[in-house]
Every structure is written in structure tokens, then in C-alpha cells.
Design a protein around this ligand. Structure first.
Ligand SMILES: [Zn+2]
Length: 488
């Protein structure tokens, strides 16, 4: 009798749980906004010629300022002046630190906070050894079979020219913005942005400018990388991870390898690294790392929707799945990668020193000093000397609110211009110049409105970087519409 009661009670509980899970799933509504698609402006082929020409300037950044070929940048500036004549006459141009550009299109209402669109002029170098693998020389700007080829076609001269095409079009069609628009193009993003974007942001801060939003590179329109989703997804970065490199050193006496001590410098350092690699930084399933799934999973089939709608119950199952892929795992944790290991010169000599560099990418919500503390605890070996390496370490960014009116404005614009896609906020794993603007606005978004195939991701900083003419022309429409939506 008693057993029967227990059985009945558990069945009722289980039934209630199932009902609750189903209700949760049904309440897990789409977060996609619906707007009528706009009619696209058909860009002329001269916009393609202008991008091709922009690619021909070898504006390669360099860690050492004096090794930059400044003439390439100056010539690029002259090109912009001549090929975008409406911008040249209607916008103010301020050169910052000689090579960075800040354009200002003054709005009629000075009480409105300006918007700022970003990109960067510099590109990464092309390794000489890979030159023969390019189907067209990287700085030729070849236009072939529907694509423009060359360094910067994706990262991110196409962002500069597409934004400028949009503004040329709007000026030519007599558009008068109420809200001021800034265009900010640094010259050293690929090496940290301290001479470019940081200085532009500093200039604006001194002028007491507060911005409505910043839109930089970061996400784009991708297809075929999320299982269960067939539509393209516009991923808009709302935060980016922090960056820290630590140098670990183990020192030993050295000597002849015929009379070795029990542990070598290499062994001591290796086991410290192994301990670190075995450690998994806490997962943040509830944080910004998984935010993308809140937006795309309502568009998935019932099974996946069921799991994500009930994340509180299935988080370890979902985490397991996400952990199987390097890219999705990186969105959930602070990651570490051993990138340099140096020790030993000769086969019969004990090295006196072994050195390694570990690169960490830190989740928003954690800090550099917390990571260093954790590393010390895990290694727990006084023979290992730990210090920060390099000048590029920075904290994770703030998280811009994906429920804010500004994010909705991005969503709206994307839906108007590309009605076929899903829009989702996400965590940027790399870094962008936008982090330098953190004192000027809470609303920092990272998105370039171009459609990328999964294989295009390897072309960024890689071989045969290219953009399709079709997506480039569509992208110009995104900027035209964004300016209309945000500055009327
Ligand atoms: Zn870039």
C-alpha cells in the first residue's frame, strides 16, 4: 500500500515535470523581429572598381611604427579623397596621428548623440612563401568570376569602402542626417590599435563626445556552421574576450647529461604546462558565451529547442555537446594555449632554462588578475617563475545589452536588408579596435554585413582572401539602411 503511494506520488511529480518542460519549450518563443524588406539600391560597377583599387594599396601594419610604409597609407588617403568626392566635400576629415582617419558628417540636431562606424585601413602581411598559392597576386585587386581578390577584401577594407559608398549614395540623393555620423578608420588594428583607434577614441573623449553606438567589424553573415539551422545567421558581436600572455620559466643548474638530476628544467616546466592543460576554466553556460543559442535555438527543431529552453536541467548535456568543438568550447570558457616552448641547445648538455609562453583568452566576467592567481594555484611549484609577457594584454570587454533599443535597431536593419536570415548576438573570440571606445558608449556592436561561406573563414589572414561582388553590393545597402534608420 505504502509502495503504491510512493509510486503514485513519483508518477505525479514526473508528469508535472514533463508538463513543465513542455510549457517551457512552447514559451520559448522566437526572438526574431519581422520587418518588411526594403528595395535594394543597385550599386554600379564603379563601386567594385573602387574596392579593387583600395586593395592595391599595401597598407600593412607593423608592430614597429618606423617599419610602416607610410607612403602606402598617404596614397590610400589620396585615393579616398578623389574617388569619394561627395564625402570629400561634405564631411570633415581629421587625421589622427598622421595615418588614422576620422570623418564627421554633421547632423542637423547637435543634441543627438552621434553614431560611429568603424573599420581599419591596415592589413596583415602576406607570407612570401604563400605567394605562389594565391590565384591572383594579393595586392592586385583582381576581379574574376564574381569575386574581388586580395588582402583586405574581407578584413576589412571592404568595410571602409562599403560604408563610404553608402554615404556617397546618401549625399548624392540629398539625404540630410539629423544625427552626426563619424567614420573611424585606424591604421594599426592588426597590431593592437594603440596608435590608431585608441588615439581617435582619446581625441573624441577630449571633445566630450558621447556616442549612441559604435559598429565595428566582428561577426558577419554565416551559413552552415550551426547544426540544425539551414538559414544564414547574422551574428552581431556584443562582447569580446580578454587577452593575456604569461611567460613561464623553469631554471636548473645544467651540466653534463651523463649525470642528470632527477628532474630537468624541461621536465619541471612540462609538468606545469600539463597541469594547466588538464584544468578547465569554469564554464559560463548562463553568460554571454551561450547567448547566441537563446536567439537561434527557437528556430531549431523541437528536440534541440526542448533542450535549450530547459537549459537549467540540460546544461551539462548541452555543455558536453559544445565542448566537442574547439570554436564552441571557446565561447564557454577562458581558454589557454601553449604557443611557445624553448629549451635546450645540445643533445648532451642539460639546459639551464626552459621557457614557455601561454596565451589565455578570458571570458567576460573574469579578470586578468584572477587568471594569474588561478594559474599560480594550479602550477603550485615555486621553481616556476611566472610573469606577464608583451604589451598586448587587455581585460575582456563589457557586454553590450542585446535587448537594448540599439541592438534592436541592428536587428531591424539586418532583417530589412536580408529578409532570409536569423539575427543573433554572440561573443567575439578574437579582438577588434572597438574595445578602445569603451568610455564613449555602452553600445558597442561588431558586425560586417557580408555573407561568408564556412571556407571563407580560412581566407581571412590566409590565402586567396576574396569577397563576392553580390555580397559586397548587398552590404552597401545595409549601411545605407542603418544610417537611415539611426540618423533620421
Ligand atoms: Zn580586422
Amino acid at each position: 500500500m505504502r509502495l503504491k503511494k510512493v509510486f503514485l506520488f513519483s508518477s505525479i511529480c514526473l508528469g508535472a515535470l514533463v508538463v513543465f518542460l513542455f510549457i517551457n519549450t512552447l514559451r520559448f518563443q522566437t526572438r526574431q523581429l519581422h520587418f518588411a524588406p526594403i528595395k535594394h539600391v543597385e550599386s554600379t560597377n564603379s563601386s567594385i572598381i573602387r574596392l579593387s583599387k583600395a586593395i592595391q594599396y599595401q597598407t600593412i601594419s607593423n608592430q614597429e611604427n618606423k617599419r610602416i610604409d607610410t607612403n602606402e597609407f598617404y596614397n590610400f588617403h589620396t585615393f579616398l579623397k578623389h574617388y569619394f568626392p561627395f564625402i570629400d566635400s561634405a564631411l570633415l576629415l581629421k587625421k589622427i596621428n598622421r595615418l588614422s582617419l576620422l570623418y564627421e558628417w554633421k547632423g542637423s540636431d547637435p543634441t543627438l548623440r552621434p553614431i560611429l562606424l568603424m573599420a581599419h585601413q591596415d592589413v596583415v602581411p602576406v607570407e612570401a612563401i604563400t605567394l605562389s598559392d594565391w590565384s591572383h597576386p594579393p595586392f592586385q585587386g583582381a576581379i574574376k568570376k564574381g569575386f574581388i581578390y586580395g588582402r583586405g577584401t574581407l578584413d576589412v577594407k571592404s568595410g571602409i569602402t562599403a560604408q563610404m559608398e553608402a554615404i556617397e549614395y546618401l549625399i548624392a540623393h540629398n539625404y540630410k542626417p539629423k544625427r552626426t555620423i563619424f567614420l573611424a578608420y585606424g591604421h594599426d588594428e592588426e597590431v593592437g590599435g594603440k596608435q590608431g583607434a585608441l588615439r581617435i577614441a582619446e581625441y573624441l573623449r577630449l571633445k566630450k563626445v558621447q556616442l549612441k553606438f559604435v559598429l565595428d567589424e566582428g561577426g558577419s553573415i554565416i551559413k552552415g556552421i550551426v547544426p540544425g539551422i539551414r538559414k544564414p545567421i547574422a551574428i552581431i558581436g556584443v562582447a569580446e574576450k580578454g587577452y593575456l600572455s604569461l611567460e613561464l620559466t623553469a631554471k636548473e643548474k645544467g651540466g653534463h647529461s651523463s649525470m642528470p638530476p632527477k628532474e630537468s628544467a624541461i621536465g619541471i616546466l612540462s609538468s606545469a604546462i600539463k597541469n594547466l592543460e588538464n584544468y578547465v576554466f569554469p564554464s559560463r553556460m548562463s553568460g554571454v558565451g551561450s547567448i547566441m543559442f537563446d536567439y537561434i535555438s527557437p528556430e531549431m527543431n523541437f528536440g534541440l529547442r526542448f533542450a535549450i529552453a530547459n537549459k537549467w536541467l540540460f546544461s551539462s548535456f548541452i555543455e558536453q555537446k559544445l565542448d566537442m568543438n574547439n570554436a564552441t568550447r571557446a565561447t564557454l570558457h577562458t581558454t589557454m594555449a601553449t604557443t611557445v616552448f624553448k629549451a635546450g641547445e645540445k643533445e648532451n648538455v642539460l639546459p639551464t632554462k626552459a621557457k614557455a609562453i601561454i596565451n589565455f583568452r578570458i571570458m567576460p566576467g573574469e579578470t586578468i588578475s584572477q587568471v594569474i592567481e588561478r594559474v599560480k594555484e594550479i602550477i603550485d611549484d615555486p621553481r616556476i617563475h611566472i610573469k606577464t609577457n608583451g604589451k598586448f594584454n587587455y581585460e575582456p570587454s563589457i557586454v553590450s545589452n542585446p535587448s537594448s533599443p540599439t541592438f534592436r535597431l541592428m536587428q531591424k536593419t539586418a532583417k530589412q536588408v536580408f529578409p532570409d536570415l536569423i539575427v543573433a548576438p554572440y561573443l567575439v573570440l578574437g579582438s577588434t579596435d572597438s574595445r578602445h571606445y569603451k568610455n564613449l558608449t555602452k553600445n558597442i556592436y561588431r558586425f560586417v554585413p557580408f555573407r561568408l561561406e564556412p571556407s571563407d573563414l580560412n581566407r581571412i589572414h590566409g590565402i586567396n582572401e576574396r569577397i563576392s561582388i553580390k555580397t559586397y553590393k548587398e552590404g552597401i545597402n545595409f549601411y545605407i539602411q542603418l544610417i537611415r534608420n539611426s540618423t533620421k
